[in-house]
Design a protein around this ligand. Structure first.
Ligand code: SAM
Length: 219
């Protein structure tokens, strides 16, 4: 994926992530590899590598800031052998980062046009280890469970129960939990039938809408 005219900006983004405390070498390498500008509308490409920019991708949705993608990916602690579920495909960028690091990524999106466009991008970049599906991700994707990691990239009012059930033993769920405007990035680690919950940092995601999330117009 290398020389595409944005290699310098991408390297600077990764340097800034390192300075901000992202220490996982594989995560930094993946973020240096995946062409983030490919996942944003063409007229906003010049903003693609800004640390604090969450960019509008249409349908009222956004691609998360690089620092949030890096923090969530690091928290998920994925391995090359991991099978991962992402809830909230959006642009497909987070799925591309995960697909660079893991064996297989299942990603679900409730808005069909976003899922279609994300799949087109992932195919164009040659990712063969990603499946994209249109559905309510608060239900998980039961047929493909269990998952070594689950990342939810929209803000949940509480941790969706089906996602806990679909986590493999030793697996990690990373999910922003809070109110519609502000959440805390939360990590849940499964140990048999016990779940250890940790809180990482504040976050500000679009709402997770679905059966185990928010209602479309508030609840
Ligand atoms: N991970 C994305 C990326 O890399 O571009 C950014 C995701 S964006 C912040 C949140 C996404 O979650 C939106 O595309 C939204 O439509 C989706 N979403 C919200 N509720 C959902 C649900 N119940 N199931 C699946 N997707 C959902």
């Amino acid at each position: 994926m290398g020389s595409d005219g944005f290699a310098y900006q991408r390297q600077r983004m990764v340097d800034a992530l390192r300075e901000e405390g992202i220490t996982d070498r594989r995560v930094l390498e993946a973020m240096n590899e995946v062409p983030r500008h490919f996942f944003v509308p063409s007229h906003l490409r010049h903003q693609a590598y800004g640390q604090d920019v969450s960019i509008d991708i249409g349908e009222g949705q956004t691609i998360s800031q690089p620092r949030v993608v890096a923090a969530m990916t690091q928290a998920a602690a994925v391995k090359p052998s991991s099978r991962v579920l992402e809830v909230g495909t959006g642009s497909g960028y987070q799925a591309a980062i995960l697909a660079t690091l893991c064996q297989f990524v299942f990603t679900v999106e409730r808005i069909a046009s976003l899922a279609r466009e994300a799949k087109r991008r992932l195919d164009a970049l040659g990712f063969e280890n990603v499946s994209v599906k249109v559905m309510d991700g608060t239900l998980g994707w039961r047929a493909m469970a269990p998952y070594d990691a689950i990342l939810v990239t929209a803000g949940a009012p509480e941790i969706p129960e089906p996602l806990l059930e679909q986590l493999a033993d030793g697996g990690r769920l990373v999910v922003p939990v809070g109110d519609r405007g502000r959440q805390v990035l939360t990590v849940v680690e499964r140990h048999g039938e016990r779940f250890r919950r940790m809180e990482l940092q504040g976050a500000c995601f679009v709402p997770l809408i679905g059966r185990h999330g928010w209602r479309e117009e508030g609840r």
